[in-house]
Design a protein around this ligand. Sequence first.
Ligand code: BES
Ligand code: ZN
Length: 528
Amino acid sequence: MDIRKSHFAISGIAPKIAALLAAGLFVGSTAAMDTKKVWITVGDAAYAQLQKVAPQAIARESRITLTNQASSRFTGTEKVHLVEVDEQQLLKLSAAVHQELKRCGGFMFHPSESAGRKALNKPLVKRPAAARPAYAIGNQAIVTPMLAQMQDSNIVQTIVDMAAFDNRYYATTNGANASNWLLKKWTDMTAGRSDISVAQFSHPNWGQKSVILTIKGSDNPAEVVVLGAHLDTINMNGTYETTIAPGADDDASGIASLTEALRVMLANGYKPRRTIKIIGYAAEEVGLRGSQEIAQNFKDNNVNVVGVMQLDMTNYQGSSSDIYLYTDYTNSQQNDFVAKLISTYLPTLSIGYDQCGYACSDHASWDAQGYPTSMPFEAAFSQYNPYIHTSDDTYANSGSQAAHALKFARLAAAYAVELGSEGSGGTPPADKVETFSGSLTKGQKKTYGPYKVGAGGSIKAALSGSGDTDLYVRKAAAPSTTTYDCKSDGPTSTENCALNMAANGDVYLLLNGYAASSYKLTVSYRPQ
Ligand code: BES
Ligand code: ZN
């Protein structure tokens, strides 16, 4: 069945919007009595729509701006206008843009006129950040086993749990509860790790809090890698306390992909050199408000964010390619790195390129502060999930699967580990090599270790000799012939075992004389 029809064809929303507009009811729950003025910036096309729904809203200032950071593929310019509007008019604007331009809203909210002017008057050519990451890829020993352990069933669970809230709107009780739910989920997952904290980020003007998980970097904690998704939802018919807005794809899928990447990093005891932050943003759907406050806060505190990845909608496969890298409001060098991560770690996946054409998600908030961003997206822009912002954005309408979101979860894990593992520590120490020789009678056993193996490295044990000695290797405790992480028990004394270490750890070896033998053992490993 083709589920890709327009919003309006499926649910007959257009006439409903018109009726709501006529009745003046098209407002968020807390703003019902409120005619608060807010400042937004909008592109030319959306501005034309705004003038239809709110003719009194005249641009205070207009400028040509660049829509990305010197991309070689798409360098776009857009005329952007700063306008003061009633808060209620924002929803009218979204609806009009949806209807007339067949795309989503595309305005950026600003807390004051001066903040809006500042955003508008950023220099046309953005200077590159002082220190660029090397964008090297060299942590296959950590990343490859992690990717193999990742499972779509965990992603399904997170999506279904989040979609079970009536809505996660920024101004409802459900919306606040959804933030608390995410806080608890990530806190429970990270229990026992003193280097990880999970906290809510409060926003002064609404109840829903953002959630920020921090894995403190082991050697370069001042450099920060951010992975984000938004936890809120909206129903474009108007969202009240119990309005149904499940947001299974937009954007429970993004939170779920990040949560699975987190799970596998934890399961492997991964400790990054840089600090990694995983953020569930509040209030994205009402003008990127949560992420704007967070990005502004980081900028004000001179936080050195070396890279930002936004996952907003990962589970609806609407197009022929697997992962679309959006080129506007993103950084072309980092996008090239993300493409290289895909070709290295997910070589069966195809890459597409597209753009929103406006500040469509939280990456734009970081881009506005000069931080390098990327936004891998589920489909080409013309083919995104048609059910978003309605009561029908359900798991079922994403095809009752999470295989698509799993691709993004794997990409997020590869990004976190490769960027998170760069640090001031420089190149890792050279492997140590130790050799031993000896002989065993039939049934005699000998244990070696512990070898203290460094994170991201590996340990290899190689046996040669006469007779038949077998080799067993185990992490954290001495192996037996029945309990081991690697065994090599061929009919001679030529045996080899290797283990990759995501985190620092002890490794033990056992040699078992299957028959009388003499042997030479070579152990090579990365020291801690
Ligand atoms: N997930 C969407 C953005 C999106 C939709 C990207 C379709 C690509 C294709 C996001 O949650 C959203 O709805 N954003 C708003 C803009 C925001 C500034 C209120 C939108 O697109 O209308
Ligand atoms: Zn979204």
